[in-house]
Design a protein around this ligand. Structure first.
Ligand SMILES: Cc1cc2nc3c(=O)[nH]c(=O)nc-3n(C[C@H](O)[C@H](O)[C@H](O)COP(=O)(O)O)c2cc1C
Length: 192
């Protein structure tokens, strides 16, 4: 038996699905072979900051979740985006309330990052000092930065929704090192 090179990702069962791909000139069907867990492993190599996205439910109670998909989009007008699972509670509440805030976590906020990603706690807001911004969304008093937004648009994207927010107010309460997420591990960001 000759030498064989082991595959880099042995857990990669091929799945083939047909997707309709549209662009400005045509709509074509394309065969894609991309296993979600494999893609997740590849994407985990992209280092990000960590934010908590907050919003309000129908009763006006605060809700929030941890996210790494935050992006600055434009300065004129002031637009940012987050990408949230379309079936999740946060997505539903953002769509219904029309508002959300983005809280940029500091390197000492790892516990808050974990709380807002998990389902094991009754009240995700039980840790941290939370205040209320102009839209009604909760903002962390010692966040590295926060942005208070009105929903400008929601774009369905596969099983997620790209939420575009018009920034109503923003602040940098604390000049601290940010929390970083890479390969499913939290790291302390650069010190000043
Ligand atoms: C570091 C980190 C980043 C995450 N980023 C996102 C994200 O960008 N979008 C998303 O939909 N879920 C993201 N999640 C998962 C959500 O935080 C998690 O599913 C949460 O429980 C959703 O809350 P909800 O069901 O109340 O909406 C992330 C989790 C972690 C730990």
């Amino acid at each position: 038996m000759g030498n064989t090179i082991p595959p880099l990702f042995p857990l990669r069962p091929p799945i083939s699905e047909r997707y309709l791909v549209r662009n400005s000139v045509s709509a074509t069907e394309t065969e894609l072979d991309m296993e979600p867990q494999y893609l997740r492993t590849v994407l985990a190599q992209w280092a990000t900051g960590v934010v908590v996205v907050t919003t309000l439910d129908d009763q006006g109670s605060r809700h929030g979740m941890t996210a790494s998909s935050f992006t600055s989009v434009a300065l004129h007008p002031p637009l940012v985006s987050v990408c949230v699972a379309s079936t999740g509670a946060t997505c539903r509440m953002i769509r219904r309330s029309g508002i959300f805030a983005v809280n940029v976590l500091g390197s000492d906020h790892e516990e808050i990052g974990r709380r807002f990603a998990g389902s094991a706690v009754d009240d995700r807001f039980a840790r941290g000092h939370w205040e209320t911004a102009t839209t009604g969304a909760a903002v962390l008093a010692d966040a590295v930065a926060w942005l208070d937004c009105a929903v400008a648009a929601c774009y369905p994207a596969g099983d997620h929704t790209i939420v575009l927010g018009m920034v109503q107010d923003a602040a940098t309460p604390r000049p601290a090192a940010p929390l970083i997420y890479h390969d499913r591990t939290y790291y302390e960001g650069i010190a000043r």
